[in-house]
Structures are given as C-alpha cells and as structure tokens.
Design a protein around this ligand. Structure first.
Ligand code: ADP
Ligand code: MG
Length: 258
C-alpha cells in the first residue's frame, strides 16, 4: 500500500447560525493512503458527518486544504461514493435498476458491471426485488453496490449499519471487509460503535467535540479476519475505550455533559 490518496490539512469548519457560531472542525490533519480502511469514531456532535461531507465535496465552506490525488475537492463526483445510515434507494425501482441508477441496463458493459456488483454484495436471486421486499441489511447492500458502480476511488460511509440489529450488523461488517479485500477501495467509515471501529479499521481516528478535533489516531495491528472474542481484540478495544473514559471525565469537569 503506497501513495497518499486523501490529504486533509489544517481543516477548519465553522457553522454560523442565529444562535451563534459552532466550530464543527478544528485543525484536522489526516492523510489516508490508497487502499486504506479508516474508521472514525466519536460522540454525537463531534463533527464526523461534517468531515465526511467535506471529503465528499458536499460542503465547501471551510478553511484548510482537502485534496484527493493532489487535487482540491471541488464538489461531489463519481470518484467519491457515499453511503448514508438510511439506504436512500428508489422504492419504485428493482434492485438491479437501483444499482444501475442512471446508466442503461441494456448496455452490455453496464449489465456486466451490475451483475458483478450483485455477486459482490451477495444479492443473487434478488435482482428483480423492490426495496420494500428487502431486509435492512439487504437494502444497505444494494446501496453499497450502487455507490461502487462507477468504481469510486474512495467510499465514504456515515454510520451505514447504525439502524441494523446486532446480528445483521456483524454480518454486514464481514460483507464490507470482503468487498474491501476484493476491490481494494479506500474506505472511510464513520461509526459510534467502538467494536465496529476496531473490527474494521486499519487505523481508528478518535474525534472529540467542542471543537471537533482529532484526539488520537490508533493503529490496529490485528490481522484480518479479526475475532471480536479474542484477547488481542479486547485489549485494543479497551485501549480505544480508555480514550473515551478520559473524554467523559473532561466532559463532567466541564459541566457540559455528553
Ligand atoms: P456528528 O456527525 O459527529 O454527530 P456533525 O458533523 O453532524 O456531528 O455536527 C458537528 C457540529 O456541527 C454539531 O455541533 C452540529 O450541531 C453542528 N452542525 C452540523 N451541521 C450543521 C448545519 N448545517 N448548521 C449548523 N450547525 C451544524
Ligand atoms: Mg453524524
């Protein structure tokens, strides 16, 4: 794994509202290598979604620099895929049409790519199903396939499994790791679940709020596939958790609450 794909330097983002101004991100520095799997974790309101939206090109009102392959991010585009907590599929389209989005399925290369993606997210047999006929996990797999259609350089996932039950969530984590192994797509995955962050990420970026900033970046030197019940996993998990306990003490002293 080599080159820096995403370079975030001295990123600052402020929201000015009638109630005053919020420093959503403060001096954020993060370099992500091509093919890397980064997880971002932190309490609600610490700027996770704001950071992801800026990388996606959905929000441009910031200072500092955010580059993909050395080019400043100017707006959304096919080089960046985005997955939200809700699947946002079109209810009136079948699975395969949702994946193809605006590309014509009649074209052989589109058809080939869609079939490939259906296999990748393990939805064979559901090509003609409608979103209402799918479980939450299946619908989210369709959303992932759709985001991969144009082979983005980076996949940005904002708490994508947050609404799923624990079993489905664990299954989806494995499916995502399979996709990553097969496609080598660079991943930035936001979660507020410590287990999920440690299970998936090669590095876990811990954010803290007010102002939203990086508290620590923890490399996870455990080989894949990881075993959540193993001692080594629990050790790393506790290390990450201890950062939050420190954070809570700070919050209590601060009188702000979480
Ligand atoms: P997270 O995803 O970690 O929960 P967000 O990135 O959504 O956090 O929000 C970070 C901070 O920025 C919060 O204090 C939030 O209230 C504020 N914020 C986010 N979006 C807006 C917006 N569009 N207008 C005003 N404030 C916002
Ligand atoms: Mg959020």
């Amino acid at each position: 794994m080599g080159e820096t794909l995403l370079a975030i330097s001295q990123l600052n983002k402020k929201f000015d509202t009638t109630g005053g101004s919020v420093q959503a991100l403060y001096n954020v520095d993060l370099h992500v290598k091509e093919g890397e799997f980064i997880t971002i974790i932190g309490p609600s309101g610490c700027g996770k979604s704001t950071l992801l939206r800026i990388v996606a090109g959905l929000d441009r009102g910031y200072t500092g620099s955010v580059t993909l392959n050395g080019n400043e991010i100017k707006g959304p585009g096919i080089d960046k895929g985005f997955i939200f907590q809700e699947h946002r599929l079109f209810p009136w389209l079948t699975v395969e049409k949702n994946i193809a989005s605006d590309l014509p399925l009649g074209k052989p290369e589109v058809r080939r790519k869609v079939n490939e993606l259906i296999e990748l997210v393990k939805l064979q047999g559901f090509e003609q199903a409608y979103p209402r006929e799918l479980s939450g996990g299946m619908a989210q797999r369709v959303a992932i396939a759709r985001a991969l259609l144009r082979s983005p350089q980076i996949l940005l996932l904002d708490e994508p499994f947050g609404a799923l039950d624990a079993f489905t969530r664990a299954h989806m984590q494995s499916v995502l790791l399979d996709i990553w192994r097969t496609n080598k797509t660079t991943m930035i995955f936001v979660t507020h679940d410590i287990d999920e962050a440690v299970f998936l990420g090669e590095r876990v970026v811990i954010l803290e709020p007010r102002p939203g900033q990086i508290r620590k970046i923890v490399p996870i030197d455990l080989p894949y596939p990881r075993k959540k019940a193993s001692n080594s996993f629990q050790e790393v998990r506790l290390k990450v958790l201890s950062e939050f306990e420190k954070l809570e003490e700070f919050e209590l002293k601060d009188g702000a609450g979480v």
